[in-house]
Design a protein. Structure first.
Length: 297
């Protein structure tokens, strides 16, 4: 079994400037992300430059991501499908076989109304990915949507996952999972992780804090916030348990910290929080890998 590596998310347009400034803190992987569009970037050349640099540092790219809505004809998301195609075609230049993002959805329609379009769009993208030796994974953020309405993503509820993977039972389609998005919906992430671990291709390092006193006193529809996204090490999850479940199910991917959400460790404390999270997650996996002597085997 390979070591589960710990890294962070980096925007594609900032990767070459930011990575050299933070890599020596011990980040082992980098997930390169794009918002809605690739912005005309030559991703092939970016991949070559990054893999050359990271190879010298002993680090790697864990995944490429584009977060848009490929299921709609809305002009705001016109580049979403093309972005998926380009990343799938060029993943090899980044040394990764994983491309992730939102499923998209039919805007402001219920999740079940999006399944036929999901099957159509990602059926073709899954074939393209298979031809390139690439896997596809869907992030589990609701982006403020519900079962009935939303404008970005249907892959935020286990019932939706059942419908999605029933429509497309391809082995190269899975989840980019994190406990945070389930916790803020008051879903216990641990039994969910045990059930769906076979479909998890990548883990985002993001946690949550839920204030049950507020929920008990004011409910979830009042004016008081009852949950916060947190950087791992500051939230409610036991990441030692999460990593243990991943390992018991032969997970060999990475955990990539998704920062810029913590209500405390943000702004001037962003890197402080992320480095704390990096070291915390490494400790939760048992620290550095130490090879057994032959006599123990």
């Amino acid at each position: 079994m390979n070591q589960i590596k710990v890294g962070t998310l980096i925007r594609g347009d900032k990767a070459e400037k930011v990575i050299p400034k933070i890599i020596d803190y011990g980040f082992e992987t980098f997930s390169i992300t794009f918002w809605e569009s690739l912005g005309g970037m030559d991703v092939k050349e970016l991949g070559k430059r990054l893999t050359d640099y990271l190879g010298q540092k002993g680090s790697s790219i864990s995944s490429l991501s584009i977060f848009g809505n490929p299921l709609t004809d809305d002009p705001e998301f016109k580049d979403s499908i093309k972005g998926w195609e380009i990343l799938i075609d060029n993943a090899k230049y980044f040394g990764t076989d994983l491309v992730t993002g939102f499923t998209g959805r039919i805007i402001d329609e219920s999740i079940d109304k999006s399944i036929p379009k999901f099957k159509q769009v990602f059926g073709e993208l899954a074939k393209r990915a298979e031809a390139n030796g690439v896997r596809i994974a869907f992030e589990n953020c609701d982006m403020g949507g519900t079962w009935e309405k939303g404008n970005f993503n249907i892959a935020h509820n286990p019932t939706a996952w059942e419908m999605m993977f029933d429509a497309l039972p391809n082995d190269n389609i899975g989840l980019q999972w994190e406990p945070c998005h389930q916790m803020v919906s008051l879903i216990d992430p641990m039994p969910q992780l045990k059930e769906w671990v076979h479909k998890i291709f990548n883990v985002h390092g993001k946690d949550a804090t839920v204030d049950w006193d507020i929920i008990k006193k004011y409910g979830i529809d009042g004016p008081k916030q009852f949950a916060w996204h947190r950087t791992p090490g500051f939230g409610d999850s036991n990441w030692t348990d999460i990593i243990s479940i991943l390992r018991m199910n032969n997970y060999e991917g990475s955990i990539d910290i998704e920062g810029y959400h913590d209500p405390v460790y943000r702004g001037n404390l962003e890197l402080t929080g992320q480095v704390h999270s990096l070291n915390y997650l490494k400790n939760c996996r048992g620290g550095d890998f130490i090879k057994n002597p032959k006599e123990w085997m």
